[in-house]
Design a protein around this ligand. Structure first.
Ligand code: LMR
Length: 336
């Protein structure tokens, strides 16, 4: 639901866009509003700032990129509506948040225990599956430009999470993905979809008991202050698709678009090169802070997680498409 603040901002933004000429002329000053929900000091936050720097440099200042972090402009669902209306031009939503757009195939990245490494991830994002998924955005008035990494997720709560039984009855915050809903249910937890900006307070007040995220998100939102336990389960992946409003992008002068493409390609290499280290640093900082006990899953307990989580693939195959899942398995060499 749009809040009044969000609606007013959205309406004003949309009107400004509508009153602008359909085609952007070379001499027009171009502004790209890039909205996102995480802190500036995260892989996505830093990637957005690098894109701004390069885009402004490569267009000799003809393009200004305004980056709005931390859900300052819009929360998760609102930002997608704002992009479609043209109130903002660029976003990088988590791959788990494309369901409400009707492109739920992106949820394949949420399948638990699917990928073992960033090499696995690259095989999907840089191969035919990654391209196919971005292509599905075009009928929605959106162009997918790139995949940006965050990292593998850890589970947190105020009680230890060693084996699936430890999840029984826990209210776990998730992103708006049906696969993540099925994942939490398979563990015996009660999933609760919630915007990212609301998670800290929900954990603090006990509205939810726990959540999952890569360390960089957990640390920069200070979730470690309100979660006594975390398990380094790396049971699933969280990353992003950088997307733009198609009318805006196609209406850009060709040389400007080429400069922005170049800036995006370089910002992508940068964002993906820092993600692993950002997460390792965030984990270390949380360990040093000492408010959360971190637990590494031994192989026998990991096998228990796998036994309950792997069936989620088959259970949710129709949502993603069995053929697409098979294509992913073939790409990764996963036995089906
Ligand atoms: C979340 O909602 O947990 C993440 O999608 C936030 C983000 O954008 O990394």
């Amino acid at each position: 639901m749009l809040t009044r603040r969000g609606f007013n901002a959205l309406t004003a933004g949309a009107l400004a866009t509508l009153s602008a000429p359909g085609i952007v002329r070379a001499q027009d000053k171009i502004t790209v509003k890039f909205s996102h929900v995480v802190a500036p000091d995260t892989p996505k936050g830093k990637g957005a700032l690098r894109f701004k720097e390069l885009a402004e440099q490569y267009t000799d200042g003809a393009v200004t990129v305004e980056v709005y972090p931390n859900s300052q402009l819009y929360k998760d669902k609102e930002e997608l509506e704002a992009l479609q209306l043209g109130a903002v031009q660029m976003l990088a939503p988590s791959l788990a948040k494309f369901g409400p757009l009707g492109v739920q195939q992106f949820e394949l990245f949420d399948l638990p225990m699917l990928m073992n490494s960033r090499e696995d991830l690259r095989k999907i994002t840089d191969g035919p599956v990654g391209k196919q998924l971005l292509g599905m955005l075009e009928p929605k008035g959106i162009i997918g430009l790139a995949y940006w990494d965050n990292g593998f997720k850890i589970m947190s709560a105020n009680s230890p999470l060693h084996v699936p039984d430890d999840f029984l009855g826990l209210k776990m915050r998730i992103q708006s993905s049906k696969i993540l809903e099925a994942q939490m249910e398979a563990l015996g937890a009660v999933p609760q979809v919630m915007a990212f900006s609301e998670v800290y307070q929900a954990l603090q007040t006990g509205v939810v008991d726990g959540t999952e995220n890569p360390p960089s998100n957990m640390y920069t939102q200070r979730m470690n202050e309100v979660q006594k336990h975390a398990t380094l389960s790396r049971h699933g992946y969280l990353g992003y698709a950088v997307i733009v409003n198609a009318d805006f992008w196609k209406g850009l002068p060709e040389d400007t678009r080429a400069s922005l493409d170049k800036a995006m390609a370089e910002a992508t290499v940068y964002a993906n090169s820092i993600a692993e280290e950002e997460n390792a640093n965030a984990l270390q900082a949380m360990m040093d802070a000492g408010t959360t006990t971190f637990y590494e899953l031994p192989p026998d307990e990991r096998a228990e997680w796998e036994a309950v989580l792997r069936p989620v693939h088959e259970q949710m195959a129709d949502r993603i498409g069995p053929e697409l899942i098979q294509q992913v398995y073939d790409t990764l060499g996963t036995p089906s």
